[in-house]
Design a binder for this molecule. Sequence first.
Ligand code: ADP
Ligand code: MG
Length: 336
Amino acid sequence: MKKSLIVLFLILFSFQCQNYSKIIPITQTRLLMDTFVQIVVYDQDKSKHEINRIIGLAFDRIQQIDNITNSYNDSSLISFVNQNGASYQIQMDSVLYHVVKESQRISTLSKGNFDITTGAVKDLWDFNNDNPFVPDSTVIRKTLKLVDYKLLSIDSDYLGFKTSGMKIDLGAIAKGFAIDEAVRILSVHGIHDAMVNAGGDLKTICTNLTAGKRKVWINHPRNTGEMFGFFRMDSGSVATSGDYERFFIKDSIRYHHILDPKTGYPAGKCISVTIIAKNALTADALATAVFVMGPEQGMIFVENQAFIECIILYKKDGKLIWTASTGIKDKFYLAN
Ligand code: ADP
Ligand code: MG
């Protein structure tokens, strides 16, 4: 819950509008996918009752995706796979199929820096513990044998594990998919100008009503409550992975929840990575992947992808540095 409250403000979405008085957005917020999810609709051609009904349908879809993909929920399909996947193959429903297939695509694209089988090693890092500790290095090394997306056995829509003890964690991709799906539901029901914001990861669709008036803010990764900078966005998706979202500090070392699948330890080269993409699933997963790659490799990777931009914050000689890809560099403004 602590994490949820922090990530709510990870990226603040701001709506700047000279004619604000003419536009009355309708907003609902619910606690879903371990964070606050806010849906804002700006369309003015429907009744408040109708818009609230449609927002409710979008929330239902997010809830449905959460129920399937949340590995903390013992009755979810992914938990069932985690418990039984080494014994026999389990038939995936359409949600799990899509998320797992997309995960595999992004693992291949990112050369294994994104890997949902990080679940086994992630379980060793108990960030929710009141007295968190660094797991034993021998245990981490042994557990790493269970981390490899190529050890997932996928046969049409059946999923299993090639090695016993493996675990899938969809924490770096399912929220993105849920955002995409919520926006799809809004669109199907005739909403054209809206935002779905799940703890800072967000997607917007736009009409002339709001065009040119939206700012997306990136949080300062070290000064809680302060903004680092912003860019303008009409339509698109944004996701951030940061080392300040879920972490503990031991002997002056920060241990956080974004793990390098090759070492089993938190990836240390970045402080935060913001990805801008067409869909939120891609933005969510690539924010994690680029975070693990680090600023140099990560930037080369992003520059080679069509329709993907990034803003990377990292430390050099103790100083906080930012760098951004070609398509966003001139559009990113520091907070002061
Ligand atoms: P958040 O969930 O805070 O938005 P991320 O999108 O970066 O942050 O996802 C981090 C979560 O993803 C971790 O809590 C863990 O469950 C999982 N994870 C950690 N490292 C990786 C990785 N290298 N590849 C895939 N998933 C990861
Ligand atoms: Mg992510």
